[in-house]
Design a protein around this ligand. Structure first.
Ligand code: 3PG
Ligand code: MG
Length: 398
């Protein structure tokens, strides 16, 4: 993969595909991690005298101009972090974008409006997507792919534009891929993976693949209830994907056959309703009352998970253990994060994979340098670990 060092950018218009898909509360950015992670590449290009044209998506506006998904607030924050003004184009490839790009001086930066306001960006029709990619590519002379969180999408800005312009991978993509390689090529053992999050259906492929690679697989979060049910336990009103029970039974059998230790919760915080202040109690994972739902792993599970990580040399964690957005149900996620931090201190290689788990680390006020790496891409990391070809990486490698 070519990197920034392979491009001569001085005085040239460089289109950077970044991932600036940050959570917003109105116009307030509630976690700027992805913007911070994008700064080094943009800053390096500006410092080298490029005219930097940044493009990115926010949310899923599905080809419609949707004001609440405007990237305008992100331009402001990006400017603060870069320490220089960032112009904002109020469209993607229209008059505003062309005008802004036209007036860029060497070392200046413009951010284009949300790529997904354009139906061509995500179109499944190759010709439609290619037509939009040509307009986008027409804004610049060179392309830098740095939106790691979106490299698993076959979108115009990720997959087609690098086929139209001389291109290189940005520093963030290079760093993320290096970490994923380390996780997939002879990881130091014991290798443990902690998976959480709401739906087991989002993680089927990664579980299937990990069962052939890891020594231990710890499952918490909403998806754990489908595992408990598959073992024959009642889970009350907890999240449950009935249609996945057969799959999950298959995973339990396969883990046993392969000698992979599959570790499930032994207790949970069972609440009467899904709310921040819901009345709740600790119950055994095999004794969840019919009228309650599990919203976090319990104290014995937190200890069990920590003990299963205590000698791990490589740990990958994706997905919260409970509803960490509610303080009362954040303890399980915090405990897993703290167990990883302890391992990092002992020299293990620890990786936090993606969106929600990365946001949880920051929301809980845990030190970001307590982990070997915090990925900016949840979906992208998982698809890499599944062994899939990621369109954005393939296009950059070509
Ligand atoms: C993410 O949030 O995972 C990335 O920005 C990709 O967004 P998407 O899942 O909407 O494609
Ligand atoms: Mg996502």
């Amino acid at each position: 993969m070519r990197t920034l060092d392979d491009l001569d950018v001085k005085g040239r218009r460089v289109l950077v595909r970044a991932d600036l898909n940050v959570p917003l509360d109105g116009e307030k950015i509630t976690d700027d991690g992805r913007i911070r992670a994008s700064v080094p590449t943009i800053s390096a290009l500006a410092g080298a005298g490029a005219k930097v044209v940044v493009c990115a998506h926010l949310g899923r506006p599905k080809g419609q101009v949707t004001p609440k998904y405007s990237l305008r607030p992100v331009a402001g924050r990006l400017g603060e972090l870069l320490g220089q003004d960032v112009a904002f184009a109020s469209d993607v490839v229209g008059d505003s974008a062309r005008g802004c790009v036209e007036s860029l001086q060497d070392g200046q930066v413009v951010l284009l409006e949300n790529l997904r306001f354009e139906p061509g960006e995500e179109s499944k029709d190759d010709a439609t997507r290619r037509a939009f990619a040509e307009r986008l590519a027409g804004l610049a002379e060179l392309y830098v792919g740095d939106g790691f969180g979106a490299v698993h999408r076959r979108h115009a800005s990720v997959y087609d534009v690098p086929q139209l312009l001389p291109h290189a991978a940005g520093g963030l993509v290079v760093a993320e891929v290096e970490v994923l390689k380390k996780l997939t090529q002879e990881p130091e053992r014991p290798y443990a993976v902690v998976l959480g999050g709401a739906k087991v259906s989002d993680k089927l492929d990664v579980i299937a693949n990990l069962l052939t690679k890891v020594d231990r697989l710890l499952v918490g979060g909403g998806m754990a209830y489908t595992f408990l049910k598959a073992q024959g336990h009642e889970v009350g009103r907890s999240l449950l994907q009935e249609d996945q029970l057969d799959q999950v039974r298959g995973f339990l059998d396969e883990a046993a056959e392969r000698g992979v230790e599959l570790v499930l919760p032994v207790d949970v915080l069972a609440a009467v309703t899904f709310a921040a202040d819901a009345e709740h109690e600790v119950v055994g994972a095999t004794a969840i009352p019919a009228d309650r739902e599990g919203l976090d792993i319990g104290p014995r599970t937190r200890e069990l998970f920590a003990s299963k990580l205590a000698d791990a040399k490589t740990v990958f964690w994706n997905g919260p253990m409970g509803v960490f957005e509610f303080d009362a149900f954040a303890g399980g996620t915090r405990a897993v994060a703290e167990a990883l931090i302890a391992r990092t201190g002992e020299g293990a290689f620890t990786v936090v994979g993606g969106g929600d788990s990365a946001a949880a680390v920051r929301r809980l006020g845990l030190p970001e340098d307590g982990f070997s790496h915090i990925s900016t891409g949840g979906g992208a990391s998982l698809e890499y670990l599944e062994g899939k070809t990621l369109p954005g990486l393939a296009a950059l490698e070509a």
